[in-house]
Design a protein around this ligand. Structure first.
Ligand code: MN
Length: 241
């Protein structure tokens, strides 16, 4: 039980950090797989991430059914989370956002690629999921498992996918990892646009991406996490929840 409580606090912190770092605004969300039941996940009720409190955290089955809603309204796009946990046993945390600098790369055919060492965490290739390919004209929201599974399929074995005309989804091996990738996906997109405006860009090579990724462990991620906790006004725990 202590572990579940710690994880819920960590999820609140993650929401506040994503807001403070400009990855989410009034919209966007982060979930974590339930520590005691891999067929369930934890996600806030429908609320802006910077407002989220411990009591907003709800439990869901992988198909998006709330376990004990107590009148709390869930996010319409919660299916993104369940579909990824269903498809990927290695994924323990999922972020969905409308990260501003990322959006242009989902609509122009210009690929987002690691431009600096911190950007290596986005992966060698970042696929773009276009809901229109299979679902035609929609409100662009992932509002059922069919759409969620299609998005998960497009992400494949990686940790990132852009969503055309909408945003991005990130999958990580824990909350801090998913937040880390999400922050640097936004930073990479911003820097890449600046570099492209200046001329031809020399991106990280595939080998460089692999070498940086191999060195990105909990030491570096926790160092960032401590700093982000301070900026977001949240207590820092050396150990993850
Ligand atoms: Mn969305």
């Amino acid at each position: 039980m202590a572990k579940l409580d710690d994880l819920m606090e960590e999820l609140v912190t993650a929401n506040r950090i994503l807001a403070r770092e400009g990855v989410v605004d009034s919209f966007g969300h982060i979930s974590v797989r339930h520590p005691d039941n891999p067929q369930r996940y934890l996600l806030s009720r429908s609320r802006a991430p910077d407002c989220i409190e411990r009591d907003d955290i709800m439990e869901f089955t992988l198909d998006g059914t709330p376990v004990d809603p107590r009148g709390r309204a869930p996010y319409l796009e919660r299916f993104i989370h369940g579909a990824l946990y269903e498809a990927r046993p290695d994924v323990m945390s999922v972020v969905h956002n409308h990260s501003e600098s990322v959006i242009p790369f989902g609509v122009t055919g210009k690929k987002i690629k690691p431009i600096f060492h911190m950007g290596a965490s986005i992966g060698r290739e970042v696929p773009v999921w276009d809901s229109h390919d299979r679902f035609g004209d929609t409100a662009l929201l992932v509002e059922n498992m069919d759409m969620g599974r299609d998005l998960a399929k497009r992400m494949g074995a990686g940790g990132t996918a852009l969503m055309r005309g909408h945003g991005a989804t990130v999958a990580g091996k824990n909350i801090r990892h998913a937040v880390y990738i999400s922050v640097y996906l936004e930073v990479n997109a911003r820097l890449q646009k600046q570099a492209m405006d200046m001329g031809e860009v020399k991106f990280l090579t595939a080998g460089e991406v692999d070498k940086v990724s191999a060195r990105t462990g909990s030491y570096g991620i926790n160092r960032a996490w401590e700093n982000w906790c301070r900026r977001a006004g949240r207590p820092f725990r050396a150990e993850q929840g």
